[in-house]
Design a protein around this ligand. Structure first.
Ligand SMILES: [Zn+2]
Length: 446
């Protein structure tokens, strides 16, 4: 005896008290059920899974599309004149894993010859499913467009022209622009639980540019979270932020969008007139400028020069061995918030070290002097379990800018091309994406 299987698609009507009426029945797949030997013959092959999905969906979509004509349609111009069928048109529809060709009736007004839309695009707003639009923008935001194309091919088991890199770029930009629109709108409508304390990190990243005569431009990022959202993981691994809101901008608009999105991110995290804000920045003036926008909205604000950046600045200075320990003393004082001692030590080091090293030490000196009021007792903060560095969780610059843009050194961006991708990434990095993508797709298909 051989065991076989059949997978059928049936559309039927059921009314209470009546027998079911079967409208259509189609065998989607049949074959043998064999004893499993190993993971090669257990279940269905990838190709068969896609085919099964394709044929099921195809049957389902055909039933669905027929419902468009279940009620009479009237001419929008002649009002009470009924449209009549006038042949059919085949159009394309693309779902997550499969492509479909669907027939739609052409409906025409016998009087004025008006014709209603007869493609999926014109009837439903797009020839791609909402989920495919979402996936294209998600992949496009986290991978290069060509990598995204490859990933789609791998999972679909075939190259599908709808997922070519140009289309993924186009979709990512469209969705990103809409997310940007939502970022601007949402700034007024936030009802989050008030936060006693909020942490904000602001940082910039340099991106290779396509602009003439320039090598790079700076894009800004911010992350806002409540201290209690930072949970530590196993030793040696990065901590996790259980809840956060991100802001980013690549626009050259005097920080307008960045400030706006940062305020919105803070409000969504519960910024209230009673909130104490702790801000960590790398010391660049434009970062403090963004943070200052929150000052009128909160109870108090503590500005801290990010220990991560301060320590990196020192670490990146290489000195002859006999001077190294003196630089470490400088760092030792800074770690305790004793900036004056640090500057004294640094000053004598600059005077005594070989000339070739002076420039770098003077840069450090300027950096410390410019940020003197924001250097705190980092050691005491660490002991008290208070935040003192942006390095505790994955940095936003890393996740919003570097991973996608800087990692590919050959990749060049324009501000206008990068900004939608940053908006997308910021939304995906926030607790917003689940709501945002539907809004974005609805606006695209309008
Ligand atoms: Zn008409």
């Amino acid at each position: 005896m051989t065991k076989k299987f059949r997978i059928c698609f049936e559309s039927y009507e059921s009314n209470p008290g009546h027998e079911e009426i079967v409208h259509s029945k189609e065998i989607i797949m049949n074959g043998l059920i064999e004893k499993p030997v190993d993971v090669f013959n257990f279940g269905l092959f990838h190709g068969d899974q896609i085919k099964l999905l394709h044929d099921c969906l195809d049957a389902f979509l055909k039933e669905q599309i027929a419902l468009i004509y279940s009620e009479p349609q009237y001419c929008p111009k002649c009002k009470d004149i009924k449209l009549s069928r006038n042949g059919k048109r085949v159009s394309d529809y693309h779902d997550v894993f499969t492509d479909h060709k669907l027939e739609i009736c052409r409906m025409r007004c016998p009087d004025c010859k008006y014709e209603s839309g007869s493609t999926i695009q014109s009837v439903l707003g797009n020839s791609m499913s909402a989920d495919l639009i979402k996936l294209q923008s998600e992949l496009g935001a986290t991978h290069t467009y060509r990598e995204s194309e490859e990933l789609f091919s791998v999972f679909s088991g075939a190259k599908r022209s709808i997922n070519n890199h140009d289309r993924i770029k186009h979709t990512s930009e469209l969705v990103g622009e809409q997310v940007g629109v939502l970022h601007r709108m949402e700034s007024q409508v936030i009802a989050a639980e008030p936060a006693a304390e909020l942490i904000i990190n602001v940082d910039g990243g340099h991106i290779n540019t396509t602009e003439d005569g320039k090598r790079s431009f700076e894009a800004m990022t911010a992350v806002v979270y409540r201290p209690e959202a930072l949970v530590s993981n196993e030793p040696g691994t990065r901590n996790t932020l259980t809840s956060k809101h991100c802001a980013a901008s690549a626009l050259d608009d005097g920080q307008q969008q960045m400030i706006n999105n940062t305020v919105a991110a803070a409000l969504k995290q519960g910024l209230f007139p009673d909130t104490k804000v702790t801000a960590l920045c790398d010391g660049a003036q434009n970062c403090w400028q963004i943070v200052e926008a929150l000052r009128p909205l909160c109870a108090s604000m503590l500005l801290i020069l990010d220990w991560f950046h301060l320590a990196m600045k020192i670490q990146n200075i290489s000195l002859p061995d006999e001077f190294k320990s003196r630089l470490i003393r400088v760092k030792w004082h800074l770690w305790r918030g004793k900036t004056e001692y640090a500057l004294l030590r640094l000053d004598s080091l600059i005077k005594e070290c070989p000339k070739a090293y002076r420039k770098r030490l003077e840069n450090l000196q300027n950096y410390i002097m410019n940020n003197q009021s924001k250097i705190v007792d980092y050691r005491a903060r660490q002991k008290a379990g208070l935040v003192f560095t942006s390095n505790l969780a994955e940095s936003t610059v890393e996740s919003l800018i570097n991973q996608r843009c800087k990692g590919q050194q050959h990749m060049r961006w324009s501000r206008e091309g990068l900004d939608p991708v940053l908006q997308l990434r910021a939304a995906m990095g926030s607790n917003d994406w689940n709501n945002f993508w539907k809004f974005a797709v609805r606006n695209i298909i309008k």
